[in-house]
Design a protein around this ligand. Sequence first.
Ligand SMILES: Nc1ncnc2c1ncn2[C@@H]1O[C@H](COP(=O)(O)OP(=O)(O)OP(=O)(O)O)[C@@H](O)[C@H]1O
Ligand SMILES: [Mg+2]
Length: 708
Amino acid sequence: MNSEEVLEELLNVELQINEVQAEINVLLERQDNLYQRKSELQSLLELCKETEDSVSQGTGTSTNSENWSGSFKWDSEADDIKLNIFGISSYRANQREIVNAVMSGRDVLVIMAAGGGKSLCYQLPALLYDGIALVVSPLLSLIQDQVMGLAALGISASMLTSATSKEDEKFIYKNLEKGEGSMKILYVTPEKISKSKRFMSKLEKCYHAGRLSLIAIDEAHCCSQWGHDFRPDYKNLGILKTQFPNAPVIALTATATQRVQNDLVEMLRIPKYVKFVSTVNRPNLFYMVREKSSVSKVVIDQIAEFIQESYPNNESGIIYCFSRKECEQVAKELRVRGISADHYHADMDSVAREKVHMRWSNSRLQVIVGTVAFGMGINKPDVRFVIHHSLSKSMETYYQESGRAGRDGLPSECLLYYRPGDVPRQSSMVFYENSGLENLYGIVQYCQSRRQCRRSVFFRHFAEPLKDCNGMCDLCAVASEVKEVDVCSHARVIISMLQDVQKSNQKMTMLQLVDKLKAKHNDLVSDLRKEEIEQLIVQLLLDRVLKEEFQHTAYATNAYVSIGPLARQVLQGKKVVKIEISGKQKVTGVKSTRKSAAPSGLECKLDKLRKELASMDGGIFPHSVLSTQQISVLSAQKPTSLDQLETMIGKVKAEKYGDRILEEIDKWSIGQNPNASEEEQEEDENRTPKRPKTINTHVVIESSDEEA
Ligand SMILES: Nc1ncnc2c1ncn2[C@@H]1O[C@H](COP(=O)(O)OP(=O)(O)OP(=O)(O)O)[C@@H](O)[C@H]1O
Ligand SMILES: [Mg+2]
């Protein structure tokens, strides 16, 4: 061998070592994820055993043997506050048990889906206890919404943030230090705890005087860097338990992975916590994935048609887009099509952003078109649809984002537009994140699936026993012919093409690969549409037969497709690759019309009235006056006296708005039947059927997890 040959072989060996190292890295990452999954499955197994042993409570589970559903001495006072102050007639799953655990002085971890009603779990004990409850919440906008909502209920709540005036600060400090004033709940950002010594010293005085009733940490997943919204200042909140050991801590989050839970109880220093886990299931949400056209105008036309057909009464919605530019374009195109829409992203100044958010929160703007920047601060309960114009970056993010629909428990829809061609766009953004690609491929698998119930993917992801979907996803509601196509021969051709490319030191993007396949092997792929070839390549990525590689240019990061760790197995015939292709759709058992149940005349009137009352009441949110659910109840039951009204919306609201509400109902009833005598009207009312809740094509079982 001459030196040139040796050098060539040396380079070749080095190349192979690098390849092996890359495969080892992939395998190590996979092993890490499998260990993680193993621990989740072990917890799941225990949970399943508990459920089988019938120790579960409603749809949620408390991982402790104490009976939190029994009777407690504060029961009747709690019931009174719940109805007459909060206007809530019955507890949702786990709420009562959590209140009881907090009232018993225990540290509590609450994992409850978005919109599940976590706020009540600390606000109710805050009113039951003497003294002041401290609530840590990550965002100013969330805090402002909460304080405003509480003020509308006549509850004295304050906030201490960077935006608090000197005068308000003085009032708050007086309350803390001297117990002067009526403040019951104090909201702060985590920065106050970690950065303001003055605040901490006042809080210590409050605690030592026995006036710090409880500490609530809302959005507690922000403590963990494995969570999707890690906030460094949340890491310092452990100081609260150290300084105030006797004040019960209640940590609340909608995110349920085991890793995040472990992290946050450690950081908050609450080892003896009682855990309440409610299901991640959102039975009122209908999940669907639609094929996304490569022509952007077609996608916008479809979205506009969906909104106009299904939500003609200006019902609120969110559209998530990939980029800021896309947000602006989509919002503009929707406006051209007559839909009231505006964009929201991080490039806008905060005043403009807040303005859009407020118009939407007050239901003066129907659709907000946002990037992920439109996130945690969304408190609007009556969002009827969340559309993803592009993929989310993980199942978890998708769960969070789509979960902003239907927080009031009423039927709502989550629609995702998927096209395999969007995968490289998203992967080039996330590949450098911890498990970024792994997470992305999770949601891609959700989209590529043509058989598996969409809901079951969520259950699996959050390590929860499967539950019935009740036909509330596209794959369960509509049976379509799904063909499973063996694509091993396609895979072998693709691998050999990529081997050639690699030999000549070239790289190939997914789109280039599709074009080349069509040009050189049309006989092989002639039975597949372009989108299906893309789907095939993405499936090979998911199956690790191929892998993505990334390279930076001056302007962007490009994603290329190359040979993955399991390619050899396909070449050797040891691994079979299949894709699922949809045939014709058959509608089964559900109506094929896509019309939402129009609100009744009285519901429209009450909706208008709540907006009017809200603006008269210092510009609070209309849903703080009456929730959509309360409007449904009122128009079904049509109360005729303040006493009746009180049983439906509670004393505080009845006293504040009762006369106007009754007047409106009365006016409407007379308008409906002007000639009827009072008795006849009464009879008629008794006959009025409750409007069934329908969601476009399906009848929905309302709030199956409500306690009686
Ligand atoms: N028992 C109940 N009955 C009826 N409505 C309720 C009940 N509990 C809470 N709600 C309502 O449900 C909506 C969502 O409640 P809340 O804001 O507490 O949700 P959350 O669990 O904190 O959700 P997120 O994770 O999105 O912050 C609110 O409008 C609230 O008034
Ligand atoms: Mg909340």
